[in-house]
Design a protein around this ligand. Structure first.
Ligand code: PBG
Length: 333
Protein backbone atom coordinates (compact mmCIF):
# COMPACT_ATOMS: atom_id res chain seq x y z
CA UNK A 1 0.00 0.00 0.00
CA UNK A 2 1.39 3.36 -0.93
CA UNK A 3 1.55 6.20 1.58
CA UNK A 4 -0.64 8.16 -0.83
CA UNK A 5 -3.57 5.82 -0.51
CA UNK A 6 -6.62 7.84 0.28
CA UNK A 7 -5.12 11.07 -1.06
CA UNK A 8 -7.02 10.84 -4.32
CA UNK A 9 -9.47 12.35 -5.17
CA UNK A 10 -8.59 15.27 -2.87
CA UNK A 11 -5.07 15.41 -4.29
CA UNK A 12 -4.91 15.64 -8.07
CA UNK A 13 -1.45 16.45 -9.54
CA UNK A 14 -3.08 17.15 -12.90
CA UNK A 15 -4.63 20.36 -11.49
CA UNK A 16 -1.19 21.99 -11.80
CA UNK A 17 -0.92 20.96 -15.42
CA UNK A 18 -4.32 21.95 -16.72
CA UNK A 19 -3.29 24.99 -18.77
CA UNK A 20 -0.23 26.97 -19.90
CA UNK A 21 -0.60 29.63 -17.18
CA UNK A 22 -0.55 27.18 -14.26
CA UNK A 23 2.25 25.21 -15.90
CA UNK A 24 4.28 28.44 -16.18
CA UNK A 25 3.67 29.13 -12.51
CA UNK A 26 4.89 25.79 -11.18
CA UNK A 27 7.79 25.22 -13.62
CA UNK A 28 11.05 24.49 -11.77
CA UNK A 29 13.70 24.95 -14.46
CA UNK A 30 14.13 27.11 -17.51
CA UNK A 31 16.73 27.50 -20.20
CA UNK A 32 17.55 30.95 -21.59
CA UNK A 33 20.05 32.28 -24.15
CA UNK A 34 21.96 33.67 -21.18
CA UNK A 35 22.92 30.10 -20.26
CA UNK A 36 24.73 29.41 -23.52
CA UNK A 37 28.35 29.31 -24.55
CA UNK A 38 28.71 28.99 -28.33
CA UNK A 39 31.61 26.76 -29.43
CA UNK A 40 33.02 27.80 -32.82
CA UNK A 41 35.57 26.27 -35.18
CA UNK A 42 37.86 28.59 -37.10
CA UNK A 43 40.29 27.78 -39.92
CA UNK A 44 43.21 29.79 -41.25
CA UNK A 45 43.17 28.67 -44.87
CA UNK A 46 41.80 31.83 -46.43
CA UNK A 47 38.44 31.95 -48.18
CA UNK A 48 35.08 31.73 -46.46
CA UNK A 49 33.42 29.37 -44.03
CA UNK A 50 33.61 25.63 -44.76
CA UNK A 51 31.03 22.93 -44.12
CA UNK A 52 31.79 19.97 -41.84
CA UNK A 53 30.38 16.67 -43.15
CA UNK A 54 29.64 15.13 -39.75
CA UNK A 55 28.19 18.37 -38.29
CA UNK A 56 25.60 19.67 -40.78
CA UNK A 57 24.75 23.29 -40.03
CA UNK A 58 28.00 23.94 -38.11
CA UNK A 59 30.69 25.84 -39.98
CA UNK A 60 34.42 25.91 -39.88
CA UNK A 61 34.56 29.70 -39.84
CA UNK A 62 37.02 32.06 -41.41
CA UNK A 63 38.42 34.87 -39.27
CA UNK A 64 35.87 37.18 -40.86
CA UNK A 65 32.85 34.95 -40.49
CA UNK A 66 33.55 34.00 -36.88
CA UNK A 67 33.35 37.66 -35.93
CA UNK A 68 29.96 37.89 -37.65
CA UNK A 69 28.85 34.73 -35.84
CA UNK A 70 29.96 36.20 -32.51
CA UNK A 71 28.09 39.42 -33.14
CA UNK A 72 24.96 37.53 -34.16
CA UNK A 73 25.18 35.36 -31.03
CA UNK A 74 25.70 38.40 -28.81
CA UNK A 75 22.63 40.07 -30.32
CA UNK A 76 20.64 36.90 -29.58
CA UNK A 77 21.58 37.24 -25.89
CA UNK A 78 24.35 34.63 -25.82
CA UNK A 79 27.01 35.88 -23.39
CA UNK A 80 30.00 33.73 -24.35
CA UNK A 81 31.88 32.15 -27.22
CA UNK A 82 34.42 29.30 -27.08
CA UNK A 83 36.71 29.25 -30.12
CA UNK A 84 38.59 26.17 -31.36
CA UNK A 85 41.25 26.72 -34.04
CA UNK A 86 41.91 24.43 -36.99
CA UNK A 87 45.49 25.05 -37.97
CA UNK A 88 47.17 23.76 -41.10
CA UNK A 89 49.12 20.50 -40.87
CA UNK A 90 52.35 22.41 -41.56
CA UNK A 91 51.97 24.23 -38.22
CA UNK A 92 51.55 21.05 -36.18
CA UNK A 93 54.55 19.82 -34.19
CA UNK A 94 55.26 17.28 -31.46
CA UNK A 95 55.43 20.06 -28.84
CA UNK A 96 52.46 22.04 -30.24
CA UNK A 97 54.40 25.32 -30.04
CA UNK A 98 51.97 27.11 -32.38
CA UNK A 99 49.63 27.11 -29.35
CA UNK A 100 51.52 30.05 -27.81
CA UNK A 101 52.29 32.04 -30.94
CA UNK A 102 51.05 35.57 -30.22
CA UNK A 103 50.40 36.04 -33.93
CA UNK A 104 48.71 32.65 -34.27
CA UNK A 105 45.13 31.92 -35.18
CA UNK A 106 43.68 31.81 -31.65
CA UNK A 107 45.01 35.22 -30.54
CA UNK A 108 43.69 36.67 -33.80
CA UNK A 109 40.24 35.22 -33.12
CA UNK A 110 40.23 36.54 -29.55
CA UNK A 111 41.31 40.05 -30.58
CA UNK A 112 38.86 40.08 -33.50
CA UNK A 113 35.86 39.10 -31.40
CA UNK A 114 36.75 41.45 -28.52
CA UNK A 115 37.08 44.33 -30.96
CA UNK A 116 33.54 43.91 -32.27
CA UNK A 117 31.87 42.54 -29.09
CA UNK A 118 33.95 43.88 -26.20
CA UNK A 119 31.50 42.70 -23.55
CA UNK A 120 31.07 39.18 -24.90
CA UNK A 121 33.05 36.60 -22.91
CA UNK A 122 35.70 34.91 -25.01
CA UNK A 123 36.66 31.53 -23.58
CA UNK A 124 39.43 29.89 -25.65
CA UNK A 125 40.27 26.20 -25.36
CA UNK A 126 43.55 25.34 -23.67
CA UNK A 127 44.97 22.04 -24.97
CA UNK A 128 47.54 21.03 -27.53
CA UNK A 129 45.51 18.71 -29.79
CA UNK A 130 44.82 21.23 -32.61
CA UNK A 131 48.57 21.98 -32.70
CA UNK A 132 49.94 18.49 -32.07
CA UNK A 133 51.20 16.44 -35.01
CA UNK A 134 49.85 13.41 -33.11
CA UNK A 135 46.46 14.94 -32.26
CA UNK A 136 47.22 14.57 -28.55
CA UNK A 137 46.28 17.10 -25.86
CA UNK A 138 49.79 16.93 -24.43
CA UNK A 139 53.42 16.29 -25.23
CA UNK A 140 54.22 12.66 -25.95
CA UNK A 141 57.43 10.78 -25.28
CA UNK A 142 57.78 7.03 -25.76
CA UNK A 143 54.04 6.51 -25.86
CA UNK A 144 53.39 8.50 -22.67
CA UNK A 145 51.89 11.98 -22.25
CA UNK A 146 54.37 13.89 -20.09
CA UNK A 147 52.40 15.66 -17.38
CA UNK A 148 54.97 18.30 -16.36
CA UNK A 149 56.15 19.19 -19.86
CA UNK A 150 52.53 19.47 -20.96
CA UNK A 151 51.64 21.79 -18.06
CA UNK A 152 54.57 24.05 -19.01
CA UNK A 153 53.15 24.25 -22.54
CA UNK A 154 49.58 24.85 -21.31
CA UNK A 155 50.82 27.70 -19.09
CA UNK A 156 52.44 29.36 -22.12
CA UNK A 157 49.27 28.83 -24.15
CA UNK A 158 47.06 30.32 -21.39
CA UNK A 159 49.30 33.39 -21.01
CA UNK A 160 49.22 33.89 -24.78
CA UNK A 161 45.42 33.79 -24.73
CA UNK A 162 45.27 36.16 -21.76
CA UNK A 163 47.53 38.64 -23.57
CA UNK A 164 45.15 38.52 -26.53
CA UNK A 165 42.22 39.42 -24.28
CA UNK A 166 40.61 36.12 -23.18
CA UNK A 167 38.07 36.53 -20.37
CA UNK A 168 38.42 32.97 -19.15
CA UNK A 169 40.69 30.17 -20.30
CA UNK A 170 39.28 26.66 -20.57
CA UNK A 171 41.79 23.83 -20.12
CA UNK A 172 40.32 20.73 -21.78
CA UNK A 173 43.45 18.58 -21.58
CA UNK A 174 42.89 16.66 -18.30
CA UNK A 175 46.51 16.85 -17.11
CA UNK A 176 46.96 16.60 -13.33
CA UNK A 177 47.65 19.87 -11.54
CA UNK A 178 47.29 22.18 -14.51
CA UNK A 179 44.61 24.42 -13.01
CA UNK A 180 46.81 25.47 -10.10
CA UNK A 181 49.82 26.12 -12.30
CA UNK A 182 47.79 28.14 -14.82
CA UNK A 183 46.17 30.16 -12.00
CA UNK A 184 49.56 30.93 -10.49
CA UNK A 185 51.05 31.98 -13.83
CA UNK A 186 48.08 34.19 -14.72
CA UNK A 187 48.27 35.92 -11.33
CA UNK A 188 52.01 36.46 -11.59
CA UNK A 189 51.58 38.04 -15.01
CA UNK A 190 48.92 40.44 -13.71
CA UNK A 191 45.94 38.56 -15.16
CA UNK A 192 44.16 38.00 -11.86
CA UNK A 193 40.84 38.88 -13.53
CA UNK A 194 41.16 36.19 -16.18
CA UNK A 195 39.06 33.24 -15.01
CA UNK A 196 39.40 29.51 -15.46
CA UNK A 197 36.63 27.28 -16.76
CA UNK A 198 38.04 23.83 -16.02
CA UNK A 199 37.08 20.79 -18.04
CA UNK A 200 37.15 18.85 -14.78
CA UNK A 201 35.13 15.71 -15.50
CA UNK A 202 35.98 15.10 -19.13
CA UNK A 203 35.41 11.55 -20.22
CA UNK A 204 37.21 9.49 -22.87
CA UNK A 205 34.17 9.51 -25.12
CA UNK A 206 33.40 8.38 -28.65
CA UNK A 207 30.95 11.28 -28.87
CA UNK A 208 33.84 13.63 -29.74
CA UNK A 209 34.19 12.06 -33.20
CA UNK A 210 32.68 14.88 -35.29
CA UNK A 211 34.71 17.51 -33.37
CA UNK A 212 37.89 15.72 -34.38
CA UNK A 213 36.68 15.83 -38.01
CA UNK A 214 36.07 19.56 -37.65
CA UNK A 215 39.60 20.23 -36.41
CA UNK A 216 41.28 17.33 -38.19
CA UNK A 217 42.59 16.49 -34.70
CA UNK A 218 41.90 12.77 -34.40
CA UNK A 219 44.70 11.04 -32.45
CA UNK A 220 47.32 9.67 -34.81
CA UNK A 221 49.03 7.41 -32.33
CA UNK A 222 51.50 8.49 -29.70
CA UNK A 223 49.32 7.69 -26.72
CA UNK A 224 45.82 6.66 -25.73
CA UNK A 225 43.46 9.47 -24.65
CA UNK A 226 42.19 7.04 -22.00
CA UNK A 227 45.44 7.71 -20.12
CA UNK A 228 44.22 11.23 -19.37
CA UNK A 229 40.47 11.50 -20.07
CA UNK A 230 38.19 9.76 -17.58
CA UNK A 231 36.75 6.26 -17.71
CA UNK A 232 33.02 6.50 -18.63
CA UNK A 233 32.32 3.96 -15.88
CA UNK A 234 33.30 6.32 -13.03
CA UNK A 235 31.40 9.00 -11.14
CA UNK A 236 33.09 9.16 -7.69
CA UNK A 237 36.24 9.99 -9.62
CA UNK A 238 34.44 12.96 -11.20
CA UNK A 239 33.87 14.40 -7.72
CA UNK A 240 37.55 13.92 -6.96
CA UNK A 241 38.58 15.72 -10.17
CA UNK A 242 36.17 18.60 -9.52
CA UNK A 243 37.35 18.94 -5.90
CA UNK A 244 40.95 19.21 -7.07
CA UNK A 245 40.21 21.78 -9.77
CA UNK A 246 38.20 23.93 -7.36
CA UNK A 247 40.98 23.72 -4.77
CA UNK A 248 43.49 24.73 -7.44
CA UNK A 249 41.45 27.82 -8.32
CA UNK A 250 38.90 26.96 -11.01
CA UNK A 251 36.11 29.56 -11.23
CA UNK A 252 33.77 27.18 -13.04
CA UNK A 253 33.92 23.44 -13.58
CA UNK A 254 32.59 21.37 -16.44
CA UNK A 255 31.14 17.96 -17.11
CA UNK A 256 31.57 16.60 -20.63
CA UNK A 257 29.84 15.03 -22.60
CA UNK A 258 26.35 16.12 -21.58
CA UNK A 259 23.25 13.99 -21.99
CA UNK A 260 24.89 10.58 -21.43
CA UNK A 261 26.49 12.01 -18.25
CA UNK A 262 23.54 13.78 -16.60
CA UNK A 263 24.08 11.72 -13.46
CA UNK A 264 27.60 13.12 -13.17
CA UNK A 265 26.36 16.67 -13.72
CA UNK A 266 23.72 16.18 -11.03
CA UNK A 267 26.21 14.80 -8.52
CA UNK A 268 28.75 17.57 -9.19
CA UNK A 269 26.19 20.33 -8.75
CA UNK A 270 24.59 18.75 -5.68
CA UNK A 271 27.91 18.13 -4.02
CA UNK A 272 29.80 21.35 -4.67
CA UNK A 273 27.10 23.91 -5.49
CA UNK A 274 29.58 25.86 -7.56
CA UNK A 275 29.20 27.29 -11.10
CA UNK A 276 28.95 24.23 -13.31
CA UNK A 277 29.00 24.00 -17.08
CA UNK A 278 28.06 21.10 -19.29
CA UNK A 279 29.20 20.44 -22.85
CA UNK A 280 26.64 19.07 -25.29
CA UNK A 281 29.36 17.66 -27.51
CA UNK A 282 29.63 17.23 -31.24
CA UNK A 283 28.30 13.65 -31.25
CA UNK A 284 25.22 14.74 -29.33
CA UNK A 285 24.61 17.51 -31.86
CA UNK A 286 25.17 15.05 -34.72
CA UNK A 287 22.62 12.59 -33.32
CA UNK A 288 19.94 15.23 -32.90
CA UNK A 289 20.69 16.72 -36.32
CA UNK A 290 20.69 13.37 -38.13
CA UNK A 291 17.39 12.27 -36.61
CA UNK A 292 15.87 15.66 -37.39
CA UNK A 293 17.11 15.63 -40.98
CA UNK A 294 15.48 12.23 -41.42
CA UNK A 295 12.22 13.55 -40.07
CA UNK A 296 12.46 11.17 -37.11
CA UNK A 297 12.52 13.89 -34.45
CA UNK A 298 11.15 17.41 -34.35
CA UNK A 299 14.45 19.29 -34.10
CA UNK A 300 13.29 22.29 -32.15
CA UNK A 301 11.40 20.26 -29.53
CA UNK A 302 14.16 17.68 -29.17
CA UNK A 303 16.92 20.26 -28.80
CA UNK A 304 15.06 22.45 -26.32
CA UNK A 305 14.13 19.37 -24.27
CA UNK A 306 17.77 18.22 -24.16
CA UNK A 307 18.94 21.70 -23.13
CA UNK A 308 16.27 21.90 -20.43
CA UNK A 309 17.47 18.53 -19.11
CA UNK A 310 20.88 20.10 -18.48
CA UNK A 311 19.31 22.89 -16.44
CA UNK A 312 17.19 20.41 -14.49
CA UNK A 313 20.30 18.37 -13.70
CA UNK A 314 22.02 21.48 -12.33
CA UNK A 315 23.94 23.11 -15.17
CA UNK A 316 24.53 26.85 -14.93
CA UNK A 317 26.09 27.14 -18.39
CA UNK A 318 25.72 24.99 -21.49
CA UNK A 319 28.20 24.72 -24.33
CA UNK A 320 26.13 23.81 -27.39
CA UNK A 321 26.51 24.04 -31.14
CA UNK A 322 22.77 24.73 -31.11
CA UNK A 323 23.21 27.96 -29.10
CA UNK A 324 22.16 30.39 -31.85
CA UNK A 325 19.28 28.23 -33.12
CA UNK A 326 18.06 27.59 -29.59
CA UNK A 327 18.27 31.29 -28.70
CA UNK A 328 16.14 32.06 -31.76
CA UNK A 329 13.61 29.35 -30.88
CA UNK A 330 13.39 30.59 -27.29
CA UNK A 331 12.89 34.13 -28.50
CA UNK A 332 10.04 33.01 -30.78
CA UNK A 333 8.49 31.38 -27.68
C1 PBG B 1 40.25 18.46 -27.08
C2 PBG B 1 38.78 18.68 -27.12
C3 PBG B 1 37.86 17.77 -27.60
C4 PBG B 1 36.61 18.36 -27.51
C5 PBG B 1 36.79 19.62 -26.95
N1 PBG B 1 38.14 19.80 -26.70
C6 PBG B 1 38.08 16.45 -28.24
C7 PBG B 1 38.97 15.50 -27.59
O1 PBG B 1 39.21 15.53 -26.38
O2 PBG B 1 39.48 14.64 -28.31
C8 PBG B 1 35.34 17.73 -27.95
C9 PBG B 1 34.16 18.62 -28.12
C10 PBG B 1 33.07 18.03 -28.94
O3 PBG B 1 33.06 16.84 -29.29
O4 PBG B 1 32.16 18.80 -29.29
N2 PBG B 1 40.99 19.27 -26.26
Amino acid sequence: MSEHTGAYPRIRPRRNRRGPAIRDLVRESAVTPGDFILPVFVHDEGGGPQEIASLPGVMRHSLGSVIEAAQEAWELGIPAIAPFPKVADGKKTIDGREAWNDDGLMPQIIRGVKQVCPDMLVIPDVALDPFSSLGQDGIVEDGVILNEATIDALVKQSLCQARAGADLVAPSDMMDGRIGRIREALDEAGFDQVGILAYSAKYASCFYGPFRDALDSAPRGGADKKTYQMDPANTDEALHEVALDLAEGADMVMVKPGLPYLDVLWRVKQHFKRPTAVYQVSGEYAMLKAASMNGWLDERSAVLEALLAFKRAGADAILTYYAADAARWLREG
